[in-house]
Design a protein around this ligand. Structure first.
Ligand code: ATP
Length: 226
């Protein structure tokens, strides 16, 4: 099977500091990959290279056979908006918008009308147990509720890949487990691949494949054999 997303010899420098060093990585459609490593090992930097947010200083990132370096700014932002989803540690929701409006955002940005966009958002939010909170402003949510909205927003447009940077890192362990399980169940149901950066072994244990990053170098750890 051809890879959905591939990194070949990716380097990333901040000035003289090499944060990502010669990384090779491959992700298949629907696969869940976890990248573990200590603070400062380069996990987030690699994630942003894979997601076309940061341009590598060396090597290349290829998505569906296309080298991201060959895309113009507009093509790259359209790719990120339409084919990728993102979940960050603190949700990064828009506080002035409701739960439903936040989750519908990728569809609205893609030009979909309000009614179908909100219907799709409502359905994903419902699967995350958020049905009673659709009209609430996201500034009035708990941490676990905020992350569920972030997960809904990342998945609502059925992207090919969701990039998740410590998606449950700010939650207590019961909430972290629940949100992660719901997130991965929905992603697997719609065949969305996921790359999760995490410190947490319990998070990594739910992935199909785990990598460890040390000083910018990525090593494969285990295949869970799903
Ligand atoms: N914008 C930047 N400018 C300069 N150096 C940076 C920048 N971002 C990250 N770094 C450095 O690059 C290295 C890798 O950082 P990165 O954030 O990728 O690590 P990480 O493994 O994700 O860490 P954490 O788990 O703490 O988030 C660190 O030494 C960090 O200080």
């Amino acid at each position: 099977m051809t890879d959905l997303l591939r990194a070949e010899g990716v380097d990333l420098f901040y000035g003289d500091h090499r944060a990502v060093s010669g990384v090779d990585f491959a992700l298949r459609r629907g696969e869940v990959a976890a990248v573990m490593g200590s603070s400062g090992s380069g996990k987030s930097s690699l994630l942003y290279c894979l997601a076309g947010v940061l341009a590598p200083g060396g090597g290349r990132v290829v998505f569906e056979g296309v080298d991201l370096a060959g895309l113009g700014d507009e093509e790259l932002s359209a790719l990120r908006r339409e084919r990728f989803g993102f979940v960050f540690q603190y949700g990064e929701l828009l506080p002035e918008l409701t739960v439903e409006e936040n989750a519908a955002l990728p569809l609205r940005l893609a030009g979909q009308r309000k009614a179908p966009a909100h219907a799709a958002a409502g359905e994903v939010l419902g699967r995350l147990g958020m049905t009673g909170l659709l009209q609430r402003r996201t500034s009035q949510l708990s941490g676990g509720q905020s992350q569920r909205v972030a997960v809904a927003r990342a998945l609502v447009h059925r992207p090919a890949v969701v990039f998740a940077d410590e998606p449950t890192g700010a939650l207590d362990s019961a909430n972290a487990t629940a949100v992660l399980d719901e997130f991965l169940r929905l992603a697997r149901d719609q065949d969305t691949a996921v790359v999760i950066v995490t410190h947490d072994r319990d998070v990594a244990a739910r992935a199909d494949v785990t990598y460890a990053m040390v000083d910018g170098v990525l090593n494969s750890v285990a295949a869970a054999g799903r």
